[in-house]
Design a protein around this ligand. Structure first.
Ligand SMILES: [Zn+2]
Length: 186
């Protein structure tokens, strides 16, 4: 839900040629827009959740379950294949998390730190309409990381309702989800 809200809040105009350029983001980023936009919505969706949690509008321990769920669903999204914008966005996120963390981890603070850093990069690309930077990010990071390939079948069986369950019962799923996912990554 927060993913869709990020789309809705996305700016239509970019500052690529200065504030007066009146260039639309789709003109600036062209065929690279969809991948960047799906990646941006995933990242900022998690950070919105963190913000709401920090403000006391959601249970504070929900963010740990959400961070783990974020990694799980990112891996699951890769199954849509290299031609799919959701999968390419998820691959960018996972590649970046692996590069920063020295491997895939569900350590909550590490995930959040990585997501914050990448969100800044991706939001900058969207705000400025930087076609070249979008291309570089996609070229460098939008393929399935080799570390993840052997893990994908293990993640397939995970219930897609897990994310909803963990939102409703963060206290129950928190440590359980982290433990189960950490075991899968071993
Ligand atoms: Zn989307």
């Amino acid at each position: 839900m927060l993913h869709e809200m990020v789309h809705a809040l996305g700016g239509g105009m970019v500052s690529a040629d200065g504030p007066q350029s009146a260039k639309r983001i789709d003109e600036a980023l062209g065929e690279r827009l969809s991948t960047i936009e799906e990646c941006r919505a995933d990242l900022l969706g998690l950070l919105f959740l963190e913000l709401l949690s920090n403000r006391g509008l959601l249970p504070s321990d929900l963010i740990a379950a959400a961070a783990v769920t974020f990694v799980i669903t990112s891996v699951q999204t890769l199954r849509f294949g290299a031609g799919d914008d959701y999968a390419r966005g998820a691959a960018i996120t996972l590649t970046d998390l692996i590069d920063r963390g020295g491997g895939l981890s569900v350590e909550v603070e590490g995930v959040l730190r990585g997501v914050r850093a990448l969100a800044e990069t991706v939001q900058d690309i969207a705000t400025s309409g930087n076609y070249r930077a979008a291309g570089k990010l996609i070229d460098d990071c939008a393929s399935v990381p080799p570390e993840i390939k052997p893990l994908m079948p293990r993640f397939e069986g995970m219930p897609s309702t897990w994310s909803f369950f963990s939102m409703l019962h963060p206290d129950l799923t928190d440590s359980c989800a982290i433990r189960a996912t950490a075991a899968l990554l071993e």
